[in-house]
Design a protein around this ligand. Structure first.
Ligand code: GLV
Ligand code: GLV
Length: 349
């Protein structure tokens, strides 16, 4: 192969490998046992000549790595993730490395996990499962695992991009919830869905003028912002205090969007408040006390983990890297973290 392309992890499916091989690439996949590669590990992988890298959200793609990649002749990097808070795009641009992410293919899969966590928290499914398995069930009782009915309640969405909008539609259409959303921008993606052609509004929904409005009014709140300086600890002691005592909070975005220490304290003080968390502040760790809380459901960052989506992410990541090397127009502006697909990406076969 003319181009040397590295993937820092084995990725699902074979389509991504074949795409690269067909286009004159030699593909090297790192099979190190250790889960999270350090900057030094990756520098060693890059070596003296490397044209492109597919990396993971657990890796720190900053000045050091982009400098090393650029010295090795590299022109392209793709995160195998939609979020790119682990990537310093300015550093990449400085070294002439184009950066890609993998939006679109994970929208529905991620929204479905947020919906799963919402339902699991509302109906206390994990607690109830543990109760069964530990042999505590000794007969039906009127009070046993009473939870929340979603129908007619209000779902709050913070960050109404692709994923937040897909989640909102699922909860409104599927469970007949009312919607309140907060986003810096009006979400035409979401609003066009709720407006019939004649302007009639078939469901109750509104865009809040502040995040506080969502926190105050919603019964179920799902977080879908990107992580940056402005969303770090967006949910903290003060915002938790504004929420209803029996609210449900779901996070499938990035851990540091929630002040996890404050959350643990809030869960202790408010036994009827429940959370469903896919992401954590210091992955792979949880803040002290979280794992003991019965009113918390915790899963290990699996929101995009469906077979179709993970294969799609790998394929997109390969196309991102290939696109740069082959000069596809999508890369005409290396400063853009581009959207290769949108929510109209093909449905799972
Ligand atoms: C996963 O967390 C992603 O950003 O794709
Ligand atoms: C990311 O895909 C988003 O929700 O905008």
């Amino acid at each position: 192969g003319k181009y040397r392309v590295i993937s820092t992890k084995p990725m699902p499916g074979t389509r991504w490998i074949n795409l690269l091989i067909e286009q004159d690439c030699r593909v090297e996949i790192c099979t190190q046992k250790k889960t999270i590669l350090s900057v030094e590990d990756i520098i060693a992988l890059i070596g003296d000549k490397c044209d492109g890298v597919i990396g993971q959200l657990t890796e720190d793609w900053g000045d050091t790595l982009f400098s090393a990649l650029s010295k090795a002749g590299g022109k392209a990097f793709s995160n195998m993730a939609v979020g790119y808070n682990n990537v310093d795009v300015n550093a990449a641009t400085k070294y002439g490395v184009a950066v890609g992410n993998t939006p679109g293919v994970l929208t529905e899969t991620t929204a479905e996990l947020a919906a799963s966590l919402s339902l699991a928290a509302a109906r206390r499914i994990v607690e109830a499962d543990e109760f069964m398995r530990t042999g505590l069930y000794d007969g039906w009782l009127p009070h046993l695992f009473v939870g929340n009915l979603l129908k007619g309640q209000t779902v709050g969405v913070i960050g109404a991009g692709r994923i937040g909008s897909a989640y909102a539609r699922m909860m409104v259409e599927g469970f007949k919830m009312n919607l309140i959303y907060y986003d810096l921008y009006q979400s035409t993606r979401l609003e066009k869905f709720f407006l019939k052609a004649n302007g009639e509004q078939p469901v109750t929904w509104k865009r809040a003028s502040s995040m506080e409005e969502v926190l105050r009014e919603a019964d179920v709140i799902s977080l879908h912002p990107i992580l940056d300086k402005t969303t770090y600890h967006l949910v903290n002691k003060d915002s938790l205090a504004v929420m209803k005592k029996e609210a449900i909070l779901v996070n499938c975005s990035r851990g540091p969007v929630i002040d996890e220490v404050a959350l643990v304290e809030h869960l202790k003080q408010n036994p009827m408040f429940r959370v469903g968390l896919d992401v954590f502040e210091d992955e792979p760790y949880m803040k002290p006390g979280l794992s003991e809380m019965k009113n918390a459901i915790v899963v290990p960052h699996i929101a995009s983990a469906s077979k179709w989506t993970r294969e799609g992410m790998a394929t997109l990541a390969a196309l991102n890297v290939l696109g740069k090397m082959k000069g596809y127009p999508v890369w005409s502006d290396p400063n853009r973290v581009d959207l290769f697909l949108d929510e109209n990406s093909p449905p799972p076969a």
